[in-house]
Design a protein around this ligand. Sequence first.
Ligand code: MTE
Length: 387
Amino acid sequence: MITRRDMLLASGGIMIAGGTLTSSTAVADEAKELFFHSTTPNNAEPKLDDLVKSWITPTKHFYVRSHAPNPVIDPKDFQLKVEGMVNRPSSLSLKSLERFKTRSTTATLTCAGNRRSEYNAEGKVGGVQWQSGAIGNATWQGVALADVLKEAELTPDAKHVWFEGLDEIEKGGGIIPFGGSIPIAKAMIASGAGAPLLANSMNGAALTPDHGFPLRTLVPGYIGARSVKWLGRIVVSDRPSPNHYVATAYKIVKKTDPIDWTESGPIYRYPINAAICTPNANTNTKLSTGEIDLSGYVLPTGRPGSTVKKVLVSADQGKRWTEATMVGKDNEFCWQLWNAKVKVTAGTKRLIVRALDTSGGFMPYRVPWNAKGYLQNSWYQLPVQVN
Ligand code: MTE
């Protein structure tokens, strides 16, 4: 796989991450240090050793998941439409959003397809072949979605809020935008760590084109697909969005058949998950016997009140488990990094991590295969060779 850096060095180009924006106020981030699964559109994840260098993921190490090339948006012309089951529909410029209270939150974003490639051992799954790097933890700033909806005055039938991006995705012979949808009860949380934001900033800088400049939703605790980038339209409705990425994609199905799509509901929340990041399959898994250091991440499910209880590692196929120590804030919507030491013996075939949460949730030994390869949270098992 080639990296963005390789491409830029090869072309002698200027390092502008994913940028096609024409406006002078568009901000390009520092060069992405990721490996790219594709570049049109950008789909990329960090090396796992980079991922666990800090609790806040620098933007250069933050995964990118896009279904179409970044749209070209001039912030001067930008308007966010708010319509549907509201008494006061509106069209808001970036300037007019400034009248709402600025809010900031630190939250982890993860793709429902994170760890997808592990399903291939059981049956091939299509889509971006994510390893375990489609996850990152950032500080987001913007305004509360709830504040904007309150001003729009919801009508009594309002039950769901749809989001529509300004990207143009080729699908079924036509062009569609990327869409998301969340229940009204989640949308109306105005403050605290779980409040959905209309974010214009990530890690203290304007959103970069790859991450949704000039405005995106950020829905803490929900799969990344609900955090719609390049947000152009909000629709309040009595039902979930009919957009392909809510009505069909991002569902757990055994087969990609109309019956399966209809029977299965949209995924909102992700389950508890963890991975070993050092050592990792891309660097060195040839180990000598003796004690070694392991590190990784753990993400609790985004349920209010549920946090990580324990992270356990094993080097003997689960006969003995060692508890890892945690680094970072203990919060329902953020990951924590962890460190542990395990004793590698001649019989060690794999290093394993699993985690438990305070509401009885756990990473299972095996997750039933699903056709789109979503929500892989089985024990994370790293094959190793011992000298
Ligand atoms: N929003 C738009 N408009 N288009 C997209 O392709 N991808 C979604 C979501 N929002 C997407 C989008 C998915 S699947 C994920 S996981 C997150 O954005 C990834 O956000 P990031 O690229 O900022 O990491």
